[in-house]
Design a protein around this ligand. Structure first.
Ligand code: F6P
Length: 384
């Protein structure tokens, strides 16, 4: 009789470890990003192919935490029919929320104060009750940290990295980012002609939270004259001098891209609001920089906030394909017996990284990166 090879034995052991999966759930958490629906479709079709049933959890984990507020106990049955024709749609057919992190859930007290409670065990129990064998959690750093906590409490879970901010380490890129950058770049193209016609400075505020990926990539591609990043505290006088120099050279307009998380040297972040149970809302830097530049240079300045337009609309081809690849890879991961991992792009392939590792640190723009060097070689000012 032929002897079993080592790899055949390892395959056998892995097979023995594989869980029996009958029903899985999909969760979309945090801010939406173009490509979410493509992941939902890919996960659903790949799972149904394997004979698994699929449900979607409504509005983050609210469908499980407050089933009485929803039809069908907060779960949407996902079928081949219900995921047809959604690949190109922005948003998420499941709904999402960036309020009420289940690990630090704010409960209003009689005296008007909030008590913070951990509701993660309720989610694990609700999954058991609904016979959910595993969850595919699609989210950014916050949602994937929640996924890791649920995994540590015994839930079988696979993460899929989503965020227009691209600030997740361990994946080369997150889905949603390319769409946001493409949109911001198109806006910069459009703003050039009007800035030039009026000989103005136009400051464009883009999203990205504490990382400057959108600002840098759109700013370089859209040929901005200055880019303000969270990674480089700026000196407004340096930026003003860049615009004056352009005027002296006969280029009587300037385009400045300001990441919402940028801040002046020795200055503060521009924060719009801080509410219990949610991340602080950034914003206002564009207006501030435009005002200061107008005062310093005497040149008329305007500002534009691209805001949630960067999160809306159809995913680009890159984001669609990435989302479909991530969704299918998440199901292959479950089938292989993986648990507590995030799928990650590592070209030309997709690999699995422990959620704990994937959520350990924020990925910010490396100042010695090739794109940064390119920007400096092209004469773009960073205010430093
Ligand atoms: O994380 C994605 C993101 O769009 C950030 O770039 C931005 O700071 C934040 O979400 C905005 O959140 P909200 O939808 O709560 O305004």
């Amino acid at each position: 009789m032929p002897r079993k090879t080592a790899s055949a034995a390892a395959r056998g052991a892995r097979k023995a470890r594989r869980p029996r999966i009958r029903r899985i759930a999909i969760n979309t958490g945090g801010g939406d990003a173009p490509g979410l629906n493509a992941v939902i479709r890919s996960v659903t079709i790949s799972a149904i192919e394997r004979g698994w049933e699929v449900v979607g959890i409504r509005d983050g984990y609210n469908g499980l935490l407050m089933p009485e507020d929803y039809e069908n106990n907060g779960l949407i049955p996902l079928t081949l029919e219900s995921v047809r024709g959604i690949t190109h749609l922005g948003g998420t057919i499941l709904g999402t929320t960036n309020k009420g992190n289940p690990l630090e859930y704010p409960v209003l007290q009689k005296d008007g104060s909030y008590k913070i409670v951990d509701r993660s065990r309720e989610i694990v129990r609700a999954c058991k009750k609904n016979k959910i064998d595993a969850v595919i959690a699609i989210g950014g750093d916050g949602s994937l940290s929640i996924a890791n906590a649920l995994h540590e409490k015994g839930l079988r879970i696979i993460g899929v990295p989503k965020t227009i901010d691209n600030d997740l380490s361990e994946t080369v890129v997150t889905f949603g980012f390319d769409t946001a950058v493409s949109f911001a770049t198109e806006c910069l193209d459009r703003l050039h002609s009007t800035a030039e016609a009026h000989r103005r400075i136009i400051v464009v505020e883009v999203m990205g939270r504490y990382a400057g990926w959108i600002a840098l990539n759109a700013g370089v591609s859209g040929t901005a004259d200055a880019i303000l990043l969270p990674e480089i505290p700026y000196d407004i006088e340096t930026v003003a001098e860049k615009t004056r120099q352009r005027v002296r050279e006969g280029k009587k307009f300037s385009i400045v891209v300001a990441a919402e998380g940028a801040k002046p040297v020795d200055g503060q972040l521009s924060v719009l609001s801080k509410e219990v149970g949610r991340a602080e809302r950034l914003g206002g830097i564009g207006e501030r920089v435009a005002q200061e530049l107008q005062e310093l240079t005497g040149q008329e300045a305007r500002h534009v906030v691209l805001g949630h337009l960067q999160r809306g609309g159809s995913p680009t081809t890159f984001d669609r394909l990435l989302s479909l690849r991530f969704g299918a890879a998440a199901i292959r991961a479950l089938e292989e017996g993986q648990n507590g991992v995030m799928v990650a792009l590592d070209p030309p392939t997709v690999r699995y990284v422990p959620l704990k590792k994937a959520t350990r640190r924020m990925k910010v723009v490396p100042l010695d990166s090739d794109t940064m060097m390119t920007a400096r070689d092209l004469g773009i000012c960073f205010g430093d």
